[in-house]
Design a protein around this ligand. Structure first.
Ligand code: ZN
Length: 393
């Protein structure tokens, strides 16, 4: 058993506790949370730290298997340019890929993330995940606009899924990549898969304007990109990202909508109304690097939508530390309090991945991991630019 204390404990589900003490058992499960009130009393064998104690972070959207692309994609290339760079940057050196994934997982562990929603197109991350204490939800992602390839794509995805189902401390589900990258034939099979499962779906949504242009008119940079591939595909007409989602994903599903940069708040509110549990995941650094624009998080927050934070991959982010992305949000959205952004980075992500029984807040019976944020601004109750995070457990 260990006891931790700091200037404040931020449990997320209740207000900050000044000089609070958190007692955990040997498995990291919280046994008690003490509010000493005005009279701070040092309880024997308590480890006191300068800073604030927060629960372990939950990264709702990452692509660990793209970690070797760090620094390889030019910023400002737009979604079509980004997809081109990622698909054409072929590297067959499995040692390089594995080393990059290993470093990425190490960074995630050291910076206090306890659970990750990770997109998988291969089994490249399997071995290193099996050696990590982090909980992973593996989203086995499918895409392909060639209707003739649909069967092969789903067979391949099923093989990867069977592989990840052997991983301890994880869950795995099939998921569609985006609203613009699946043929109707592939959607049909994916629809059957996802709608009979109870596990969450994660889909890139309204990440760019070309997505709307392609679905509505069959024009724009995505259309140009597809044409160059020289494969058969159905050109969409008068479709919208919203329509693609609601036509294919059952309303009783838990859905993570990734990005939402170019969506109207009205359509997000409608998605939130329609789906059993909708989470709107923001990947702010990726949005700035690829499209140079951030989603309207102030309106989304004011409408009470469940927002979570993803780092996205190192192809479009400089760090997988959640605190790095929290600071970026605090810099760009000064009207949103840190207490709210902390909830996005912990509890909301845990709810989205269906692991809030264990992670996301400092509550008795949970084992959420404990992080210490140092150089904290106690007047404004938020991190400073030079704040750092480290795991206590
Ligand atoms: Zn992504």
């Amino acid at each position: 058993m260990r006891r931790f204390s700091a200037n404040y404990v931020l449990p997320v589900t209740c207000p900050p506790i000044k000089n609070g003490i958190v007692e955990v058992d040997n498995n990291g499960e919280i046994i008690s949370i003490v509010d000493p009130g005005r009279e701070f009393q040092e309880i024997h064998s308590t480890e006191f730290h300068n800073g604030v104690i927060v629960p372990g972070f939950v990264n709702a959207h990452c692509h660990l298997e793209l970690s070797h692309l760090k620094g390889q994609v030019k910023s400002g290339s737009g979604i079509a340019g980004f997809i081109k760079a990622v698909t054409e940057y072929r590297i067959n050196d499995s040692e390089v890929i594995e080393k990059a994934i290993q470093l990425a997982i190490r960074e995630i562990e050291l910076t206090g993330t306890v659970a990750v929603g990770d997109i998988c197109n291969t089994l490249d991350t399997f071995f290193l995940k099996s050696r990590s204490s982090i909980f992973f939800h593996n989203f086995i992602e499918v895409f392909g606009i060639n209707p003739l390839a649909a069967e092969r794509i789903i067979e391949n995805a099923n093989g990867i899924m069977r592989g990840f189902e052997k991983l301890q401390n994880s869950s795995t589900s099939i998921t569609p990549h985006s609203t613009y990258s699946l043929s109707n034939t592939l959607w049909k099979t994916v629809r059957e898969h996802i709608n009979k499962s109870n596990l969450p779906v994660s889909i890139h949504y309204a990440e760019s304007l070309p997505e709307f242009e392609y679905l509505m008119n069959g024009t724009g940079p995505l259309m140009e990109r597809y044409r160059l591939l020289n494969i058969p595909f159905d050109v969409p007409f008068e479709r919208t990202p919203f329509k693609v989602i609601t036509d294919n994903i059952n309303h009783n599903k838990d859905v993570l909508f990734i990005h939402n940069t170019f969506a109207s708040v009205e359509e997000l509110v409608e998605l939130n109304r329609i789906y059993r549990k909708a989470t709107f995941v923001t990947c702010p650094e990726s949005n700035l690097i690829i499209e140079g624009k951030l989603p309207d998080l102030v309106s989304m927050y004011k409408h009470g939508l469940r927002i979570a934070i993803g780092t996205d991959s190192l192809a479009s982010a400089t760090s997988l530390s959640m605190l790095h992305h929290i600071k970026l949000l605090l810099d760009n959205f000064t009207d949103i309090p840190f207490s709210e952004i902390l909830k996005w980075s912990t509890l909301n992500g845990a709810e989205a991945l269906n692991v809030s029984g264990r992670f996301g807040s400092i509550e008795i019976g949970k084992a959420p991991g404990l992080n210490l944020i140092t150089n904290f601004d106690f007047d404004k109750m938020c991190p400073r630019a030079n704040s750092e995070v480290r795991r206590l457990i």
